[in-house]
Write a protein that binds this ligand. Structure first.
Ligand code: PMT
Length: 425
């Protein structure tokens, strides 16, 4: 895997016990083809030696802003220009605060000010520091300027507490960085304007097909690849949402910032959705759920003894309707795969399934079956004033972003108390 081939990554390491993981991260970035130069803060050097990074990267480590010898070799402006991207991991609360306020009193903060390369931060700190309103505010400021956040993760912390604030694992940071850089290269990344659009929203999304077993080796399914649902999940994370993705059997990697639950059948998808719907503010049902399953799954492989065979099928539960009819329900968005009379069929589903919004795709267009393809186009409908917006053909990533912009506006319209005119929450 050389997904970072020819990428020059400036790895900033700041103070914290998680700094030891940055050594592994440097190695993983190099394994993926990147050239890595490391800048360490004074705090980081209390936890790990510059020599470790020098040995791993084969490049001198940069630590001082005003060191004449280092400046003579590669000055800080030159270093800032050299970077294709800056990744700070771990990013301490202090570092986030200093970046938010534009400090330039050490090498790393100066480089960040003097570079126009994309900046990514992988925060790591105690859970209360992460939740502190000062840190939350600093993160919002940075996100609004286009800084990409990778994590943090949840779990046991070095301080003995449990919660959000753990540095993600080096492999997860690498994979997330690769995904974000690919989005940047393709022009699909959230812009500074949209980066906080879904901040504070908790999205539950289904994607992909379901498989209904016939016997131990056969099943009923469909051609959904999961690409549309995964693109929406990734665009939502880039807009600041926290996302749980319930995925049917697909061959896709998800951004590590997404909480992913893999399922196979419609029944399993229903259980995973119902187990996770509480606390969700938005449910987006992108999955192509098999409408029927076998009345009785065979224990043994069916033999080819007859010329004709009949299978008895029963209806699967309607997962979307199970959510939309909950007493305390999230904002519900359905999808409709239609071959004809798109608006009429989509609006009928909008009403019948009691939805807040539905996104219809035309799945019988010549040359684009939508199922499995990399592109899509949507017509989005909502009940108030027979609302409608068309999203033109584009990559599923572009369509996902456009759909989330419509969603943000509809969320704002459904709860005018917490928004401004641009739809920001
Ligand atoms: O995965 P890709 O290859 O990227 O393709 C994307 C897609 C075509 C699968 C996607 O864009 C899409 O249209 N998904 C919905 C497909 C579908 O099953 O539509 P439907 O009209 O049968 O269902 C209407 C809605 O009810 C959907 O939101 C569906 O998720 C939901 N549903 C349907 C049946 C069921 N038993 N439970 C459900 O929740």
């Amino acid at each position: 895997m050389h997904a970072l081939k020819n990428k020059r990554i400036l790895l900033g390491v700041t103070g914290g016990i998680a700094a030891y993981k940055s050594a592994i991260l440097a190695r993983r970035l190099i394994d993926a083809g990147a050239t890595v130069r490391v800048v360490m803060s004074a705090g980081a050097q209390a936890f790990i030696q510059p020599l470790t990074f020098q040995a791993l990267t084969g490049n001198p480590v940069h630590t001082d802003l005003l060191d004449p010898a280092a400046e003579a070799a590669m000055g800080h402006i030159e270093l800032a220009r050299w970077a294709d991207c800056i990744l700070i991991a771990p990013a301490s609360a202090n570092t986030l605060a200093r970046l938010a306020h534009g400090f330039a009193d050490d090498l790393l903060s100066t480089l960040c000010l003097a570079s126009d390369a994309p900046l990514f931060v992988a925060p790591a700190m105690n859970r209360l520091m992460w939740q502190n309103p000062a840190t939350v505010h600093n993160c919002e400021v940075l996100a609004s300027r286009g800084v990409g956040f990778i994590g943090p993760g949840d779990g046991a912390q070095a301080c003995g507490e449990t919660g959000s604030g753990r540095l993600l694992e080096p492999e997860d940071i690498r994979d997330s960085l690769i995904a974000r850089l690919q989005q940047t290269d393709a022009g699909d990344r959230a812009t500074p304007d949209t980066r906080l659009l879904l901040n504070g929203q908790k999205l539950l999304i289904t994607a992909g097909p379901t498989r209904e077993a016939i016997d131990p080796v056969r099943f009923i399914s469909n051609h959904s690849s999961g690409k549309m649902g995964f693109a929406i999940a990734e665009a939502a994370v880039a807009m600041g949402a926290s996302v749980t993705l319930v995925a049917g059997p697909v061959n896709l990697q998800a951004d590590p910032a997404i909480r992913r639950i893999d399922v196979v059948s419609a029944d399993e998808m229903l259980s995973a959705v119902m187990d996770n719907v509480s606390g969700s503010t938005v449910f987006i049902s992108v999955a192509a759920v098999s409408d029927y399953r076998l009345e009785q799954v065979m224990d043994q492989k069916i033999k080819k003894s007859q010329d004709q065979m009949q299978l008895s099928l029963v209806r699967n539960p309607d997962i979307l309707k199970s959510v939309s009819t909950l007493e305390k329900r999230p904002f519900c968005v359905g999808f409709a795969a239609e071959t004809e009379n798109v608006e009429a069929h989509a609006r009928a589903k909008l009403q019948h399934k009691q939805l807040d919004m539905i996104a219809a795709n035309h799945v019988a267009q010549p040359g684009n079956p939508v199922f499995g393809s990399d592109t899509n186009a949507l017509d989005v409908y909502w009940p108030a004033d027979n609302g409608h917006e068309s999203i033109p053909s584009g990559s599923k990533q572009q369509v996902a972003q456009a759909l989330l912009l419509v969603l943000a506006r509809q969320l704002a319209a459904s709860d005018p108390s917490d928004t401004d005119a641009s739809g920001k929450h």
